[in-house]
Ligand binder design. Structure first.
Ligand code: FES
Length: 567
């Protein structure tokens, strides 16, 4: 046991380590022979989606005790997506760094990762990957379905939809306010196929959760049962020395990307999976998402791409039933925390409602995975989620309407004199990892009021930021390099003709290479390279990588291992 370095033997140091940790535990817990397990717990009252994780942690503890381990609650920085400003993504890497350092610094042999709200699971997985001690993920699970006036109300997605309806004069302010009370019915994370649901599914497909646990609704007693069983399993994993690097192989990332297409998952998974792969030294690139996932059919009829919510998916058979349908695309060698191949876990899965989970041959959409675009606007790539886009806009040519920042956008989008029509392409820049530290979810720009009033519901939009997993629209995002670095995006001008061709995977401005090279970046973009003189933000701006690499900090790539350098 690694923890025997702290607790084994009978020296001055082991005396010191044991004495402080006794606190009523029996002698047998601190002999250096029983696995010491930290539960990295992102519970917080200010992260409402994770509020209930202390209850989950208790079930994990019970399982760890039962299996002969010794559990410790280890609170982690928690990120409440709906609360923290400017964006929770600014601190994903901070949580990952804290997780890595705290796992390594403490006398633990294995870790349980408790997350839910968007950034918490990827951050914990990044940190745990760099230390590479046995680890298992439990997602806090989605909240129950919300309804308003008899119709399903998905969190996130409903906000975007209703706010547009209010602006278009189709919904009253009173109904808008009242719907707010119906949206969040229970504990748990967002119930659409947003980033939280996506990342809990990714954790399971990466092999890091007990199969079948992702998507169990937060109030369902089977979540606590799964937490207990995960507590038992982590102790066994320590005894087997089954580590993240054994599980999160290229094959596991392949399976996660297949799942991303089949569930119509969030584009945020792209940056998170790339960042995790960077920690593990797995050779994963942006193009792998297109190569492996873009032809995968969308089988899950969940908002924002479809109609239903996570509770319905669970009732209809859950993630394992979805993956059984796409089994032909899965890597059969990739294993899970069980030590067995992932594909073994889906053999008995069944679909119980074919309206919610479609069969492979009758999908919601035939090709739904992330498409990766390149061209003179995005030489390092950009992504689009065709499942959330309007089919008729996937091939589109239109004139650019440029916004230099989200503030500029808010100030001008509803100006009656704004030169914009239904063919326009809205371009928002200055929102990349360095330009707006954290790369906020602003890419799904609201449409101009005057077009909404004409019944226009979608426009092509291009941005170097991210988009909420609960959002929809024909939105090209993660444009790399970002505008603040002075690349091509920074050189676009109002009226430039933009050509988007998703089937051909291209995104270009119709000017010559020579003219584009000769242009200087807009003055606003030159100024947009965010300037901060202290703290985490300074460190972040100096070291964050571009989105096509996962937006991790450059010095956090790779593994540090579990060895502590000094006593
Ligand atoms: Fe927490 Fe959506 S706000 S998961």
């Amino acid at each position: 046991m690694r923890s025997a370095d702290w607790f084994g033997g009978n020296t001055k140091d082991s005396y010191l380590h044991r004495a402080w940790m006794r606190r009523g535990n029996p002698d047998s817990t601190l002999t250096g022979k029983r696995p010491q397990i930290a539960i990295l717990n992102t519970a917080s009252d200010l992260a409402p989606c994770n509020m209930h994780l202390n209850e989950v942690a208790q079930s994990v503890k019970n399982g760890i005790w039962e299996a002969g381990g010794v559990p410790y609650n280890l609170p982690m920085v928690s990120l409440g997506e709906s609360n923290v400003r400017p964006t929770a993504m600014l601190w994903r890497n901070m949580v990952a760094m804290a997780a890595e350092e705290m796992i390594r610094a403490n006398p633990v042999d294995g870790v349980v990762l408790l997350g839910g709200c968007d950034k918490t699971i990827p951050a914990l997985l990044m940190g745990a990957s760099s230390v590479n001690l046995p680890a298992i993920v439990i997602s806090g699970g989605p909240m129950l379905n919300g309804t308003f006036k008899g119709k399903l109300l998905g969190c996130g997605t409903g906000v975007w939809k209703f706010s547009e309806e209010v602006r278009a004069g189709k919904m009253s302010q009173e109904d808008f306010y009242n719907s707010e009370k119906s949206m969040i019915r229970s504990k748990g994370h967002c119930n659409t196929m947003g980033t939280a649901s996506t990342m809990s599914s990714m954790a399971e497909l990466l092999g890091m959760s007990l199969p079948g646990l992702a998507g169990v609704p937060a109030p369902d007693s089977r979540l606590l049962q799964g937490a207990h069983e995960s507590g038992v399993r982590i102790v066994e994993m320590v005894e087997e020395n089954l580590k993240p690097s054994d599980i999160m192989t290229k094959g596991a990332f392949h399976n996660a990307i297949v799942a991303l297409g089949a569930i119509g998952g969030s584009t945020n998974a792209v940056v998170h999976l790339l960042a995790m792969a960077g920690r593990l030294g797995v050779d994963l690139s942006l193009d792998d998402f297109d190569r492996i996932g873009s032809h995968i059919p969308l089988l899950v009829n969940l908002q924002p791409a479809g109609e239903f919510l996570m509770e319905d998916l669970f009732r209809a058979g859950g993630l394992t039933a979805v993956m059984k349908e796409v089994e032909r695309h899965l890597d059969r060698t990739a294993i899970t925390v069980t030590g067995k191949p992932y594909v073994d876990s889906i053999q008995n899965a069944e679909i119980f409602d074919e309206i919610v989970i479609k069969k492979y041959d009758a999908p919601l959409q035939p090709e739904a995975g992330i498409a990766v675009l390149r061209g003179n606007i995005a030489p390092d790539g950009a992504v689009i989620k065709p499942a959330a886009a309007s089919k008729e806009l996937l091939v589109h040519t239109g004139k650019a309407v440029i916004f230099e920042s989200i503030e500029d956008f808010h100030a001008r989008i509803d100006d009656p004199n704004l030169d914009v029509d239904e063919n326009s392409v809205l371009v928002l820049r200055g929102c990349g990892p360095k330009g707006y530290p954290g790369m906020p979810e602003v890419s799904n720009m609201a449409l101009p009021k005057k077009l909404l009033e004409k019944g226009i519901v979608d426009l092509v939009r291009i941005c170097d930021g991210r988009m909420s997993g609960t959002a929809f629209g024909t939105v090209v995002l993660h444009v790399s390099p970002e505008g603040a670095l002075g690349g091509p995006l920074a050189k676009l001008q109002n009226g430039d003709v933009i050509e988007l061709n998703v089937p051909a995977r291209t995104l270009n401005v119709k000017i010559s290479d020579a003219e584009l090279a000769a242009r200087t970046p807009s003055a606003a973009m030159v100024a947009a390279l965010a300037d901060s003189d202290r703290g985490w933000e300074r460190l972040y701006i100096d070291h964050v990588e571009q989105s096509h690499l996962g937006a991790d900090l450059d010095f956090l790539r790779g593994a540090s291992g579990s060895k502590t350098p000094r006593e």
